[in-house]
Ligand binder design. Structure first.
Ligand code: SF4
Length: 424
């Protein structure tokens, strides 16, 4: 039996798909192209309207495939299975829908659907293993859901309120990963630095400390942080834990206090800039990246220029910049979508160009430096690709035997997006 799994959206979804693949392969399915598959699963994202549109279009194609092959099983998982449930329930060719908070019931639901189709899945062993994308770097969930209710975001509605996984469970999982040879873990959650709020005696700082004690793990990364919960004490903890990488992803979203307040972000531009200065002072060899939204309903030209000004002050290493997309059910939905698309595009391109200049500004001083790179793969031209501790992509010529190793690379060329060098 064959399966096809398509994943949309964020790292949380990519990691959920590692679980989904692990389950179906344990049940005896092999990966295949969609037109040969007996089982097709879409792991969807609702953060932006465009992501949902792509799924709707693809579902149109799947309807045609299913009309020719009625035994085909099709399931929709991920955020759309919660947010757009009414719409999906009307599509009578779908066999199951499972939102992100129901993912643990996936093995039982899939077994039931297959039995109804007359397919008996083989008995499978528990616990199900994630099918990890590689043997070098592994995602590990530490928090699930979010309780922040940023005005534009559907996550608290589709992934539920914030919960921290028990620390013992996380530590056991990472010990296992280390035993399997993984060198790097990426701790995942919508707001990782809020970890442990509901577990007496635990905090994100303590969790980092405990993970850093695990032999074999060489690098610890985490995503995503919330600037409001990123304390100076956490900056100092990271500074003093050599395994924790010096990359600070701090989604600012806007440089305008008026917009930040309307977004319910819980910090001001002054507090954000103060945190950035503290990081640069305490961890000078580090990178700071961000997320930005342009065209939020309350963003006029003045507020937009405040964002440009904040970018000029920080000069981020990298920024993920998106245009605002109103999402039904969020509090900002009632504000409408007054900024015309053409104006959103203008602001987007302006910030993208600004960011290109800033990324180059941050990368230029790295020319001639020797950096530690964890080798993760190969590009089509035969270069090895890896990441520096500051999460910059680095390319260099080298033997395939270096895959999965930490190597020292002398940087010879830089662009805004990557570094190129040679192994020392
Ligand atoms: S912190 Fe805000 S933007 Fe991030 S997931 Fe939670 S509600 Fe959404």
């Amino acid at each position: 039996m064959k399966y096809f799994l398509k994943t949309y959206g964020c790292q949380m979804n990519i990691h959920d798909s590692e679980f989904i693949s692990g389950v179906v392969e344990e049940m005896g399915f092999f990966p295949s192209p969609p037109d040969e598959a007996d089982l097709i699963i879409l792991n969807t994202c609702s953060v932006r309207d465009r992501a949902e549109q792509k799924v709707r279009t693809y579902l149109g194609d799947l309807k045609k495939i299913k009309s020719k092959n009625p035994r085909l099983v099709i399931g929709v998982m991920g955020c759309m299975a919660s947010r757009a449930r009414d719409y999906l329930e009307r599509l009578n060719f779908l066999d199951f829908l499972l939102g992100p908070t129901q993912i643990e019931s996936f093995p039982a639901v899939l077994s039931g659907v297959l039995k109804n189709k007359g397919i008996s899945p083989p008995r499978v062993s528990l616990p199900f293993k994630y099918k990890r994308a590689d043997k070098i770097s592994a995602y590990v969930n530490i928090t699930l859901g979010c309780s922040n209710f940023c005005s534009y975001c559907v996550v608290p509605y589709v992934r539920g309120r914030e919960r921290s996984r028990p620390p013992e469970e996380i530590i056991e999982e990472i010990k296992d990963l280390s035993g399997c040879g993984f060198l790097e873990v990426i701790l995942l959650g919508q707001n990782v630095n809020a970890y442990g709020k509901e577990i007496p005696g635990w905090s994100f700082e303590r969790l980092l400390e405990k993970i850093a004690e695990i032999d074999g793990i060489q690098r610890i990364r985490y995503t995503t942080s919330h600037p409001r919960d990123f304390t100076k004490s956490l900056v100092l903890k990271i500074k003093n834990l050599p395994k924790v990488c010096e990359h600070f992803h701090l989604p600012v979203q806007s440089g305008s206090n008026k917009v930040l307040e309307s977004m319910n972000r819980g910090y001001s531009r002054e507090e954000y800039l103060d945190l950035v200065s503290f990081i640069r002072e305490e961890v000078p060899v580090s990178s700071i990246t961000t997320d930005l939204i342009v065209g939020y309903p309350e963003e006029g030209e003045r507020e937009f220029l405040e964002t440009v000004d904040l970018m000029e002050r920080v000069k981020f290493d990298h920024a993920y910049i998106l245009t605002y997309s109103p999402r039904p059910g969020t509090s900002a939905f009632s504000l409408g979508d007054p900024v015309p698309s053409s104006e959103k595009e203008r602001r987007l391109h302006f910030l993208q160009e600004k960011q290109r200049q800033h990324s180059l500004f941050r990368n230029l001083p790295l020319k001639g430096e020797t950096l530690e790179v964890l080798v993760e793969g190969k590009d089509p031209k035969g270069n090895l690709i890896g990441r520096t501790r500051t999460n910059k992509e680095a390319f260099f010529r080298g033997e395939e035997s270096l895959l999965g190793k930490l190597v020292r690379v002398k940087i010879e060329e830089v662009t805004p997006w990557s570094l190129k060098g040679k192994e020392l």
